[in-house]
Design a protein around this ligand. Sequence first.
Ligand SMILES: Cc1cc2nc3c(=O)[nH]c(=O)nc-3n(C[C@H](O)[C@H](O)[C@H](O)COP(=O)(O)OP(=O)(O)OC[C@H]3O[C@@H](n4cnc5c(N)ncnc54)[C@H](O)[C@@H]3O)c2cc1C
Length: 578
Amino acid sequence: MEGSAVGGTKRLPRSETPDLHGAFPRLSDAQLDALAARGQRRSTSPGEVLYREGERDCDFFAIVAGTVTMVDGYGGPAERVHFVHGPGRFLGELGLLTGRPAFLTALAGDHGEVVAVPLERLKQLVAGDPALGDLILRAYLLRGSLLIEAGVGVRLVGSRYSPDARPLREFLARNRVPHTWTDLERDHTAEGLLRQLGVSPHETPVVIWHGTQVLRNPSVEELARTIGLPVPTSDEVVWDLAIIGAGPAGLAAAVYGASEGLGTLALDGVATGGQAETSSRIENYLGFPAGLSGAELADRAVVQAEKFGARFSLGAEATALEELDGHRLVRLADGRAIRARSVLIATGARYRRLDVPRLEEFEGSSVYYAATEIEARMCRNDPVVVVGGGNSAGQAAAFLAAHAAEVRLLIRHGDLGRDMSRYLVDQIERTPGIEVLRHTEVRELLGDDSLEAVVVEDNRTGERRRRDARSLFVFIGAEPHARWLADQLALDDRGFILTGADTRTDADDPLWLAAGRQPLPLETNRPGVFVAGDVRSGSIKRVASAVGEGAMAVQLVHEYLERVGGDAAGRVAPVDRR
Ligand SMILES: Cc1cc2nc3c(=O)[nH]c(=O)nc-3n(C[C@H](O)[C@H](O)[C@H](O)COP(=O)(O)OP(=O)(O)OC[C@H]3O[C@@H](n4cnc5c(N)ncnc54)[C@H](O)[C@@H]3O)c2cc1C
């Protein structure tokens, strides 16, 4: 990857970037011809801008002759060249398919020739040509990781100790938005940058978009709106199905709901993908023998659901569920509300926190509950500690071993195979960079500004030792995201939502007397409110089972809507992408 500043378009490098990890494949002549038949073949002039960063819904471009250079910060002092493409390659990022803005500007090099295809025509073409569709989608997914690595996109400047910065960082990371984080506490250039922008440190965190647009301490919703992620819609529309939580269960329901004609809205407080998105490699999902990352699974599912007409709304945290005029009303943290004829709760679970002093102090900087490329980048060549004995901890340790200087995996008991799949145990035992510390628990966190070491204790002997750790990864079981529903829905004693016969609905409950039935499987103690995935009492905490329940829930929603009468309205409101 080339990353040097070029100071304008005159000195653009002309050598083509190699096909990094398969992100820049070449189209065959037949594919170029098929694209040309749907679009327009035209010549380009040197320095011509084919599209700019920030632009969305632009044409799809394939290069016939000449080169195209991809830069960020085009025209500004920090302009950087990232990739150079030659004949047979195509341009674009995943956002082209999902309506998000481009992160790079495409500049034609010499006198060249391109095929430009309007987006709608491209979609028609790939619908009839799955091989081409898959080639483009796969390349776009891979390009996402390259953009994240390259540090293009949004720039977030703030203090690691700021409670306002943390949700913004999480939102950008979980949504796989390419970005850079500048820590006021560590980066000496940060103050100069703020001065240049006329921002005082107490106005941080600030988000810088396209080098010039500055948001001072924005809300997650404001950030989402600025960078073109779908944000909450108004409550004037009545959706057939509102899905709360867009992890695997919610995504599956979005695909099945929309493909079966239901007006479907899926909302998530943070991002699509849920816990699975934080998994670096899911090895046991049917049909993917080489495994796939949770982020890729989520991105593919979103493209698929949107293809069928599902809508997404991110940064939309549900805080209450009510009834209004026979509809379900889901209230959101930002004060808005969503109306729907049926609701699927797919809010999953989140990892438990360690009970150790000073945890909160280090949570913004050195303690993580996910191990994706973003976290790996933060702890490159550092010693790290992973806590937990289940598959998530095992996966994290195996993944981090390729990035960190050393990985110590702490388990409370003596048998790594007790709660972890055999393949992971084997992998960990084969990896020289991982040391497993059995019968070991974290007792103290040491460091000033950021974590430097942990004190661990052998829980049989009480012996304590210091272990270097710049990052601590915690995977110690999950707690359900259902507290906000406690006064509405029946929960089990651990806070998971009860469904079907388990709700033990009274025979004379007026709600069910009026309905003339008992709850369907996956239906809660409130008619028309269903549950799928990890948040359901008795669920199996796996991607496949969450996906299966999401699909099954849609079938039950149909049954419910048929019973209450009225056809599936399919009233779809445009998502506000201002
Ligand atoms: C690191 C890791 C590795 C894993 N590896 C594997 C694996 O290899 N194989 C496997 O089968 N399983 C694996 N799992 C488990 C698997 O990811 C989960 O079982 C699965 O994601 C559950 O899906 P879900 O849709 O039910 O919930 P979740 O994935 O938890 O998604 C719930 C979503 O709901 C959102 N949400 C929560 N509350 C609200 C609210 N009030 N309003 C709006 N949105 C809300 C959350 O932001 C989240 O996006 C792993 C989990 C982790 C953490």
